[in-house]
Structure formats: C-alpha cells, structure tokens
Design a protein around this ligand. Sequence first.
Ligand code: HEM
Ligand SMILES: *[C@@H]1O[C@H](CO)[C@@H](O)[C@H](O)[C@H]1NC(C)=O
Ligand SMILES: *[C@@H]1O[C@H](CO)[C@@H](O)[C@H](O)[C@H]1NC(C)=O
Ligand SMILES: *[C@@H]1O[C@H](CO)[C@@H](O)[C@H](O)[C@H]1NC(C)=O
Ligand SMILES: *[C@@H]1O[C@H](CO)[C@@H](O)[C@H](O)[C@H]1NC(C)=O
Length: 330
Amino acid sequence: MDSYSNSSSFLSMLLLFLFFFLSPHVQCQLDYGFYDDACPYLTKIVRYGVWSAMQNDTRIAASLLRLHFHDCFVNGCDASVLLDDTSTIKGEKNALANRNSARGFEVIDDIKASVEEQCPSTVSCVDILALAAREAVSLSGGPYWSVSLGRRDGTTASESAANEQIPGPFESLQNITSKFTSKGLSSKDVVVLSGAHTIGFAQCFTFKSRLFDFNGSGKPDPNLDSSLLQNLQTVCPNVDGSNANLAPLDPVTINKFDNVYFKNLVNNSGLLQSDQALMGNTDTAALVNNYSKYPYLFSKDFGASMAKMANIGVITGQDGQIRKNCRAVN
Ligand code: HEM
Ligand SMILES: *[C@@H]1O[C@H](CO)[C@@H](O)[C@H](O)[C@H]1NC(C)=O
Ligand SMILES: *[C@@H]1O[C@H](CO)[C@@H](O)[C@H](O)[C@H]1NC(C)=O
Ligand SMILES: *[C@@H]1O[C@H](CO)[C@@H](O)[C@H](O)[C@H]1NC(C)=O
Ligand SMILES: *[C@@H]1O[C@H](CO)[C@@H](O)[C@H](O)[C@H]1NC(C)=O
C-alpha cells in the first residue's frame, strides 16, 4: 500500500494509464461504450429479455450461451447462426450440431424487436447475442464480465463450415483442441469454456454409446461413474426411440452456473465423452482439478475466455451490416 502514496510511483502509474489509452495499436474497433450514446438502455433491455425468457424456461440460459459459441466458431462472431435458409443461403440452423438442437432464436428475435423500438438500425444481432450469453450466465448465478461492442452482422452463413468447425462430442480432445487453436483460442480455453456444460441438457444420442457398448467393447465406458451410469441407462434405454431424451450436463446443480461441472469430472461424472476426456490428459486434468477446488478462479477465467471467444473473426467499421431482422440479411 505504501508504494501507492509514493509520488514517483503515482507518476509512473499515470503514464502507464495514458499509454494504455493512447496506444495506437488497437487490435480492432470494438469498444465497451460503443452504444452508450446511441442506445443507452441496451444492456438493460437484453438483461430483461433473457430474464423474462428464463421465467418460462430456465434452460433457455444454456441455449443462448451455446448459440453464441456456435456463432463464433463458424466464420467468426457475425450472427451467421441466426440466419434462416433462403434460396441462396444454406444456413447453419440445419448443420449437424444445430438441427433439432440449437434453441433460443425466438428470444433473440424478441430482444431485437425491443432494441429496434428504442434504437432503430443501431445495434447488431451479433452484439445482442454476445450480451444475451453474458446475461444468461449471470442470471444463472455465474460470473459477469465486460463485453466489448461494435461487431457488425455478416451477410452469409455456411452449413458446411458449421459441420466442419463446431466440435462434436465424439471427437478426441486433441481434435477439439485443434479446432479451438485454429480460432486463436488455447488448450486452457478448451477446459475453461467446457465449463459452460455446468448448465443445460444433452440428448441421449450424444452420449449413449458410453452407456451400453463403448467403442465396441460390449461394456459401458469405464470412465463413467456407476451410479450415474444406472441413472442414464434409465433415461436413455438402449433403443432408437430414446435418442432425443434429455439428460442434464451437470446433474448435481442443473440450472446453476457454478464449478460443479469440474467436480463432476473429478468424480468420473462427466456426461459427454468429450467432457470426461479433459481428465485424460495431464495438463487439462490439472486445470480441471484447480477449477473444481477454486470456484472464483473458474469464474474469473471463464469471463476472460468468453471475452476472447467473442472476438473471433469479428466484422467492424463499415463492413457487414446492422440487420433489421436477425433471421435475414437486409
Ligand atoms: C469443447 C467442445 C464442445 C463440445 C464437443 C460440445 C458438445 C455439446 C453437445 C453434444 C451438447 C448437447 C446438444 C444436444 O444434445 O442437443 C452441448 C450442449 C451445450 N453446450 Fe457444448 N460443446 C462444447 C463446447 C461448448 C462451449 C465452448 C460452450 C459455451 C461457451 C458450450 C455450451 C453448451 C451449453 C450451454 C449446452 C446446453 C444447451 C441447452 O441445454 O440448450 N459448449 N454441447
Ligand atoms: C415457454 O417455453 C417453452 C419451452 O419450454 C416454449 O415452447 C414456449 O414457446 C415458451 N413460451 C413463451 C411464452 O415464451
Ligand atoms: C481427428 O481428426 C482427424 C483428421 O481430421 C480424423 O481423421 C479423425 O477421425 C479424428 N478423430 C477423432 C477421434 O475425432
Ligand atoms: C465427488 O466425490 C466426493 C468424494 O467421493 C464427494 O464428496 C462429492 O460429493 C462428489 N461430488 C459430486 C459433485 O458428485
Ligand atoms: C493449479 O493450482 C496450483 C496451486 O495453486 C498451481 O501451482 C498450478 O500451477 C495450477 N495448475 C494449473 C494447470 O493451472
């Protein structure tokens, strides 16, 4: 504390501060106060929209968070995931990871309509989605982080890019990690962001192979806790008809955004094979162990990784557009 009252160190702090704000090598034109003048109530509108949707359907928080992830992993954060198919655009809603799975589009439509009422043609759909994901986490009891703004909406979408770039639950940790690093994210981000699976649900077909005949062994996955296995076999009986049944990704605190996902992994209680795989590598397992013990560390790192993810391949300035309707290009 003493050093802060020392005037020469105060001067160096001041210089550091000025340097930071006058620094010319700004990476992109995103800005925390981007809509402060043009749409001052934006954050409140988004928070209220997410909150009201959650009053009817708690799971919607998880669905909105995932939608933001699926947007950012396909040609950058550009709201491409929100575009409906047209005769010229084969969109992402029907990609493998999204069809009969991605949810929350109506909530974004409703929020966008309220935002348009207050500030027409001002706020991009991609920024609304990034804010909605943050509010969803926060309203589920998770961390709050600053979201820089000023992204512009893209004018294309790609079903094939979505099929290639969104990681799948049967992929190896190595393959998933390379999908993250190809987006400028790290192996640490894989672990941190997988913590999103502390809320929400998965359909049986995304993990059923672990329950009955793992990798052709005729036996369940040995890395799945036996009492969880029994419960899951009840939810997902070994018949095709159970494929769309739902199980919580974190059965201990289903709708609460906390670090219990990591505690579950330590207990062999990860739902997806790709979740439990984080314990199969020394480096990622060490991080999982730390997050299972230190909830604050997870909260802090989650916000930082989300901010990184929200900057993937963003469109700024005069490029792209501000969509009027999130489902269609203007
Ligand atoms: C690391 C690779 C990842 C894989 C393999 C993966 C895979 C999956 C799968 C298979 C589901 C279930 C979908 C369904 O059954 O319909 C799911 C759900 C979910 N994922 Fe991921 N995911 C990954 C990373 C992420 C990330 C980075 C986030 C967000 C930051 C995220 C957020 C979610 C959420 C919140 C749900 C629940 C959605 C709901 O209930 O509607 N996932 N994920
Ligand atoms: C309430 O949630 C259900 C899904 O659980 C959804 O089908 C329905 O459209 C929602 N109703 C409103 C008014 O948002
Ligand atoms: C990993 O990626 C390679 C190359 O794309 C692919 O051939 C392989 O099947 C993938 N393996 C798993 C387990 O995902
Ligand atoms: C994990 O296992 C420990 C010790 O067996 C137990 O105390 C704890 O409740 C378990 N945690 C979860 C999330 O199941
Ligand atoms: C986990 O925490 C320990 C103790 O705080 C630290 O020494 C270690 O570097 C951490 N490991 C990882 C992978 O973060």
